[in-house]
Design a protein around this ligand. Structure first.
Ligand code: BTN
Length: 266
């Protein structure tokens, strides 16, 4: 039943999860839902696992690598989920990225076809980004305490700024109609809970296989850059440690994040 194309769990916009999204806090305006959730946690607020903070508007939305996350108020999905993956060994932390990416790919493909995961955890439609993930972990000693999973999906955005318009796309632009933001949120909650329970059951190979099968540019020859040198290579998959495996000159090489840059498909 898991990861079937049309999820059977969503009926009349009611949520059939055990915990993800059961405590849903909707805000009109906030700096960043990740910040808001982290503040609640640092004030020792007892929050159930799976708590979701959703905002119509973020005025200081954050992306990966100190980037900002821009989204027109009321038109997109911007939210954060609290998870407590205390069961996950720290050296397996990339598995959490895999579970979240697989869940997003799965949820979005109930709306559109052509969604892939661009390593490490961008969500793409064809060659453009439709969603992004910012995971912030609190680690105590040698294990996870909690994790804030921030997710931004371009839903009903009609126009992107000049600098984004060649790189970003929204569901509205693909479907040429508005999508119900709450329906998408609920679908993501269902998919995320399924993937997270697989993670908890330590079904790492299962998750990694789905992640790899949905990788952007998998088995496609494309140009990449490493230390200023441009080369042609073919993505073969991602290792358990989260390294990108690229075939270059008939040899599989492993890259850490920031060691390799995607250029264009050939
Ligand atoms: C990226 O691709 O750079 C990650 C984008 C993550 C954006 C989401 S929107 C909800 C949550 N709150 C934030 O400030 N950022 C994340």
């Amino acid at each position: 039943m898991i990861f079937n194309k049309y999820n059977q769990h969503l009926q009349n916009n009611t949520l059939s999860t055990l915990f993800v999204g059961q405590n849903l806090i909707k805000l009109l305006k906030v700096d960043s839902t990740n910040n808001y959730l982290k503040n609640l946690l640092s004030n020792s607020e007892p929050l159930p696992e799976g708590t979701v903070i959703m905002a119509d508007e973020q005025y200081a939305g954050r992306g990966q690598q100190e980037n900002t996350w821009q989204a027109t108020p009321g038109k997109n999905l911007t939210f954060s989920i609290l998870l407590n993956p205390t069961f996950l060994p720290l050296n397996q932390q990339f598995m959490l990225n895999m579970a979240v990416s697989v869940a997003l790919q799965n949820a979005l493909q109930t709306f559109i076809i052509g969604v892939s995961i661009k390593w490490p955890n961008d969500i793409y439609y064809k060659k453009k980004k439709i969603g992004g993930v910012l995971i912030e972990n609190t680690i105590i000693g040698t294990s996870f305490k909690n994790t804030v999973v921030g997710i931004g999906i371009n839903v009903n955005e009609q126009f992107f700024s000049q600098d984004l318009k060649d790189k970003a796309i929204s569901l509205h632009q693909i479907l040429r109609q508005d999508v119900d933001i709450t329906k998408l949120l609920l679908q993501i909650c269902v998919s995320l809970e399924q993937a997270y329970l697989q993670l908890k059951a330590k079904n790492f190979t299962f998750l990694r296989n789905i992640y790899n099968a949905n990788l952007y540019q998998l088995n496609i020859k494309a140009s990449y850059r490493q230390n200023g040198e441009v080369f042609d290579g073919t993505i073969l998959g991602v290792s358990t440690m989260g390294k990108l495996i690229v075939q270059k000159d008939h040899k599989p090489l492993e890259f850490n994040f920031k060691e390799i840059e995607f250029l264009n498909t050939i």
